[in-house]
Design a protein around this ligand. Structure first.
Ligand SMILES: *Cc1c(COP(=O)(O)O)cnc(C)c1O
Length: 381
């Protein structure tokens, strides 16, 4: 698969040559835990499915090609992928993390990994100097998300990479919100990319998964070892689902972006909507950075309704938009960050990052935008 092919061509073909034995155009689900060996040590590259599986290989080649990475390594969920990244650290190591990332990330860091002696400092990564200021002798990783969940704050990936590298640390970027179609952190100096494939990459809300994209062979070896040693790998069936989803990633992202821009502009005009957080709006404080760093703005929009009661009224009246955790699917999902994804932060933790009880987050799907506007309009009324 030549790497100079365009994005959609890679999404449809990378890692997915027709099956050599049957000609099947889709990579089969290799439901096999083990593989016969001709003699001791002589096999066709596969020994045991925790180590590797042909369906998984196809997905890993595909995702590496989309992010422009050296290799990709898929895990049972986004959290399992993040856990794998952190598993390269040792007790006493220090990690700098954005202060406003996916709620499950600080939960894993503070409530699990801190018990194993890892140390974490949370900073506002909108200002890369804060990373420089938090660096310690044993800082190994800088972990950022852009745009963030649910405040839609950005960080300048090139500046974050420079800051991390000056301190001898690696920059890890959770690229779930943008997908490689709109943002490729490795091209901006990042050392590792992670995704929850559960979201835009799979795109159909029918399976969980995670991926780590590595930039070099040294990292790749470590992640292959961690897949084998820790075992939280993605099953062949889920790999098949992500492979199928990714084939339409480009067309889905283009439509998500079109719908997102339209809904954001419409929401701004609704008197009961007090604020709209969307990087595609010219009034977003980091709109210029968004234009420079991303090739689209996506479909994640957070609005301010003013109070928990207002948020609850809106959420209970929506009919087409479904209240639920998750994002990035073909259907519009709406969530209440303060009581759902970011409940674990506590009221003080939420106040510290500016996350209010009145915030409602939309993951705008691929429905007709006028139907979504009509649904939100009746719920606001
Ligand atoms: C959902 C999500 C995760 C966690 O992924 P799971 O697949 O749910 O484990 C991590 N980061 C971001 C930005 C997410 O949206």
């Amino acid at each position: 698969m030549p790497t100079d092919h365009g994005f959609s061509t890679r999404a449809i073909h990378a890692g997915q040559a027709p099956d050599p034995s049957t000609g099947a155009v889709n990579v089969p689900i290799y439901a096999s835990s083990t593989y016969v060996q001709e003699e001791i040590g002589k096999h066709k590259g596969y020994e045991y499915s925790r180590v590797s599986n042909p369906t998984r290989t196809a997905l890993e080649l595909n995702l590496a090609a989309l992010e422009g990475g050296h290799s990709a390594h898929v895990f049972a969920s986004g959290m399992a992928a993040i856990q794998a990244v952190l598993s390269r650290c040792s007790a006493g190591d220090h990690v700098i993390c954005g202060r406003n990332v996916y709620g499950g990330t600080p939960r894993l860091f503070n409530q699990v990994l801190a018990r194993f002696g890892l140390r974490f400092t949370y900073v506002d990564t909108r200002e890369p100097e804060r990373i420089t200021g938090a660096l310690e002798a044993r800082t190994r990783l800088v972990f950022v998300e852009t745009p963030t969940n649910p405040l839609m704050e950005l960080c300048d990936l090139r500046a974050c990479a420079d800051a991390a590298h000056r301190g001898g640390a690696e920059l890890v970027v959770d690229n779930t919100f943008m997908s490689p179609y709109f943002q490729r952190p490795l091209e901006l100096g990042a050392d590792l990319v992670v995704h929850s494939t559960t979201k835009f990459l799979n795109g159909h809300s029918d399976g969980l998964g995670g991926v780590v994209v590595a930039a070099n062979e040294g990292q790749a070896e470590e992640f292959r070892f961690l897949q084998k040693a820790m075992g939280a790998i993605l099953s062949p069936f889920e790999c098949f689902l992500v492979l199928r989803g990714v084939k339409t990633l480009a067309v889905r992202m283009r439509q998500h972006d079109t719908n997102g821009r339209r809904l954001a502009a419409w929401l701004v005009r609704q008197p009961k909507v007090l604020a709209v957080h969307y990087p595609g709006l010219p009034q977003h404080p980091q709109h210029e950075l968004a234009r420079r760093q991303m090739s689209g703005f996506g479909s994640m929009i957070t609005i301010e309704t003013g109070s928990l009661a207002n948020a609850n009224r809106l959420l209970s009246r929506l009919r087409l938009c479904s209240l639920g955790e998750s994002l990035g699917g073909v259907e519009t999902l709406v969530s209440h960050p303060a009581t759902m994804t970011h409940a674990a932060l506590g009221a003080e933790g939420r106040a510290a990052i500016g996350l209010t009880d009145g915030m409602v987050r939309f993951s705008i799907g691929l429905e007709e935008p006028e139907d979504l506007e009509a649904d939100i309009a009746q719920a606001l009324a």
